[in-house]
Design a protein around this ligand. Structure first.
Ligand SMILES: [Ca+2]
Ligand SMILES: [Ca+2]
Ligand SMILES: [Ca+2]
Length: 133
């Protein structure tokens, strides 16, 4: 009897841990501050702004390729060129923000400028949007 209880308890513990790993905080829930299941434009803006600061390690107000590619993402070079509209080798806050908006618009299927969980999980655009928050 005791063995059975221990077995059940350890099974429950494993399920609990696995669930926590699976349902752990992702970028979406981190950004969705009021947890209403939608990333509003305000939530989006502040997430993109803090992401920019995160990239700009030397605090010169612009991101260079080394800063951007620091995390070793395979698409980083391509995305950097996408962001750097004037091709000066730097991405300033404005370029970064506009690129984020363009990426957001690609998954904002109902054009309400907000991102729902469904839109976020539409796997096509997710890898790119990940650069911005
Ligand atoms: Ca929200
Ligand atoms: Ca910089
Ligand atoms: Ca630029």
């Amino acid at each position: 009897m005791r063995k059975t209880i221990i077995l059940i308890l350890s099974f429950a513990a494993v399920v609990f841990l696995a669930w926590n790993v699976y349902a752990g905080p992702d970028a979406f829930s981190k950004t969705d501050k009021d947890t209403n299941g939608v990333i509003s434009t305000d939530e989006f803006d502040s997430a993109v702004r803090s992401k920019f600061k995160e990239y700009d390690r030397n605090n010169d107000g612009r991101i260079d390729m080394n800063e951007f590619a620091a995390k070793g993402h395979p698409d980083a070079v391509k995305e950097f060129k996408f962001m750097d509209r004037n091709s000066d080798g730097f991405v300033n806050a404005d370029e970064f923000y506009k690129a984020a908006i363009r990426r957001r618009d690609q998954i904002d299927f109902n054009r309400d400028s907000k991102i729902s969980k469904e839109e976020y999980n539409s796997n096509k655009a997710l890898p790119l949007l990940k650069f911005y928050f």
